[in-house]
Design a protein. Structure first.
Length: 79
């Protein structure tokens, strides 16, 4: 199992930390937990790729979901 922390900040991003986002790799599957703003940029920064098996949202606060529309658009463009 491999975990990449894409963002660990609270509701307000800082210059050092993005809003919530965690990518977990396990046995060939890739699970994305929360998609805060900047998640795609962090995925590129850490070379995780965009082939995500499942996206989980822990709750519906903006800092956990506002990156979702952009990510869905990117996934649509790539497939």
């Amino acid at each position: 199992m491999d975990v990449t922390f894409l963002g660990t900040s609270g509701a307000v991003p800082t210059t050092q930390r993005n809003p919530s986002g965690i990518l977990l790799r396990r046995e060939g599957e890739r699970f994305l937990f929360d998609v805060g703003e900047g998640t795609q940029r962090q995925m590129m920064r850490f070379s995780t790729g965009f082939d995500v098996s499942t996206i989980f949202l822990t709750h519906l606060h903006g800092d956990h979901i506002l990156g979702l529309p952009g990510l869905l658009q990117t996934l649509d463009f790539n497939e």
